[in-house]
Design a protein around this ligand. Structure first.
Ligand SMILES: [Zn+2]
Length: 330
């Protein structure tokens, strides 16, 4: 299971260290997770950078580090410091509820961040909700003008606005952080399960409910979701990937960001061509060889049928994605 929305750091009076977060996630079976530090709200760049490097180090590449951008980082040296920090950022994030005026649609700030997401091939997570500056529709223009950028509308609120944007634009995803399970079911009902990312906002619940253990909360969420969506939709949501962190060593062009972008692109295309059940994986075997291929064997054992292959990259730095479709049990 991948959790696309978690945090470490200072949140008001509560502090969560990298090792504490990992302990929670391990105990509930999360294999990989996207994470940002709420310490950024204090504007303490040094502390955030040291927390994030510790997290990358102790999580052994299981983390997708999220670069949470404050408006002020665009004018001081902050953004540059974060980008050059050596932390392998996998997602950008902005929080318009905290800075409603700074991320207005059409503002230079928003344009800069979207351009950065495009340039780095990283998805952009936007905190959305019913507060001034946070409504998803406020970002429609940016979404429409940047089809190459993946926008993740965190929390998916308000529901109707999020659904209508997802229906209009294939580059829009949502995450389930703090989302009522009935709303998750609504996305499935509209055929959008393959663009709903499992995210929990863990461990922010510690602040709102001091009596409940965070692992109990997590397990309840999973059970709650199982209760309202079909097994098939549950599986789709839990297996949604926007990128894969297979490491390619000593490569010039095939860095992980590029590979992740290709995987995300091929996944979207595969779901268009073969339906929401389609999944895409990097070929771990010899390129172009589909007999006794370890990736195909692995997926066939999981009940998938191999249906397509696509190479990308050049020369020695070539890779291939394999597309699979879930076999219907009759
Ligand atoms: Zn959050």
């Amino acid at each position: 299971m991948i959790d696309y929305h978690t945090h470490i750091g200072q949140f008001y009076d509560i502090y969560t260290s990298p090792s504490e977060l990992i302990r929670v996630l391990d105990s509930v079976g999360v294999k990989r997770f996207a994470c940002s530090s709420t310490t950024i709200c204090e504007g303490n760049y040094d502390k955030v950078l040291s927390e994030m490097s510790e997290l990358v180090h102790i999580s052994e590449n299981r983390v997708f580090p999220v670069l949470w951008i404050l408006p002020q980082m665009l004018s001081d040296d902050g953004l540059l410091r974060f980008i050059n920090s050596g932390i392998p950022w996998r997602m950008l994030k902005i929080h318009p509820q905290l800075h409603p005026l700074s991320w207005q649609c059409g503002s230079r700030n928003l344009q800069k961040v979207v351009r950065l997401a495009k340039h780095l091939n990283l998805p952009l997570l936007i905190h959305t909700g019913e507060s001034p500056g946070c409504y998803p529709s406020l970002f429609e223009r940016a979404i429409r003008h940047n089809p190459a950028v993946t926008f993740i509308l965190a929390h998916g609120r308000p529901l109707d606005e999020t659904i209508s944007l997802m229906q209009k634009y294939p580059n829009v995803l949502t995450d389930t952080a703090f989302m009522p399970v009935e709303h998750i079911a609504k996305f499935c009902h509209f055929g959008l399960a393959h663009r709903v990312l499992w995210g929990t906002d863990v461990p922010i619940q510690r602040y709102y409910n001091r009596k409940e253990d965070i692992m109990t909360y997590y397990k309840k969420r999973l059970c709650g979701l199982r209760d309202v969506v079909s097994n098939e939709h549950y599986e789709i949501i839990m297996s949604n990937i926007i990128y894969n962190v297979q490491i390619v060593k000593n490569s010039n062009i095939m860095d992980n960001t590029f590979i992740c972008a290709m995987l995300a692109m091929h996944t979207l295309a595969a779901k268009e061509a073969f339906g929401a059940n389609a999944v895409v994986a990097l070929n771990a075997g010899e390129l172009g060889v589909y007999e006794n291929n370890p990736t195909i064997i692995e997926y066939e054992q999981k009940g998938y049928k191999f249906c397509d292959a696509n190479m990308f990259g050049e020369g020695l730095e070539r890779m291939e994605t394999l597309t699979f479709q879930k076999v219907n049990k009759s």
